[in-house]
Design a protein around this ligand. Structure first.
Ligand code: CA
Length: 227
């Protein structure tokens, strides 16, 4: 179940949103002022935040500003009609979207679905296996936050291994996925590239991520076993 944090001080609006979103299958937790909301938000575990701007305690923009220091939770701002400055400032501060009161529940649901979908596709572009991270959109790889320089082919091979972490992949399937069906070169090319990757990832960072499964192929997983 996806969990939404709703920070809204107007009880009737908060109650209405809570009822409608619960009906749609979301779990909704409410906070009535900025400080309490920020505290809840920072605890994490949320899929999305709905954030009113005019709030007691801390206003919504300040909540967003503080939250953004540490967190990329999707945030939809709830703004008053024609508060253009709030919208601009909200988006500048890192809101993903805003919706103007009064709004229809259908519109709010559509905005929520879009924000959740966007977040999901961003997460799919980030692969993590233990200390190893790959940002597919930026085409970067790092181990323990230290950048690793890979060639295009090394990157593709590593990406396929990361997408299938802990699954043993045969040389043939790696060849097909990374080099393509028509590849006519050396058949030990996979072994050669696994060696390159070990030389750039396992060895310099003293980790053990690339494992040989004798007679079968290779797998990428985080553990201490020898392979
Ligand atoms: Ca308010």
């Amino acid at each position: 179940m996806q969990t939404i944090l709703l920070i809204e001080d107007e009880k009737s609006i908060a109650r209405f949103i809570e009822l409608e979103l619960s009906h749609e299958g979301y779990q909704v937790i409410k906070a009535e002022d900025g400080r309490a909301g920020l505290e809840l938000a920072e605890k994490g575990g949320w899929d999305l935040m709905l954030l009113d701007i005019m709030l007691p305690g801390l206003n919504g923009l300040e909540v967003l500003r503080r939250l953004r220091r540490s967190c990329d939770l999707p945030v939809i701002m709830l703004t008053a009609r024609d508060a253009v400055m709030d919208k601009v400032t909200g988006l500048d501060t890192g809101a993903d979207d805003y919706i103007t009161k009064p709004f229809s529940i259908e519109e709010l649901l559509a905005r929520i679905r879009t924000a959740l979908r966007k977040q999901q596709s961003l997460q799919q572009l980030l692969l993590t296996v233990g200390p190893l991270q790959m940002d597919i959109a930026r085409h970067t790889v790092s181990v323990n936050d230290q950048p690793v320089d890979l060639t295009g082919r090394e990157f593709s091979l590593l990406q396929y291994l990361m997408e299938n972490q802990s699954i043993v992949l045969s040389r043939e399937s790696l060849m097909e996925k990374v080099w393509g069906y028509d590849y006519m070169g050396e058949t030990n090319i996979v072994d050669v590239y696994i060696r390159y990757l070990r030389g750039k990832i396992d060895e310099p960072f003293d980790v053990k991520l690339l494992h040989t499964v004798r007679g079968v192929g290779y797998t990428l997983r985080e553990d201490k076993r020898e392979g």
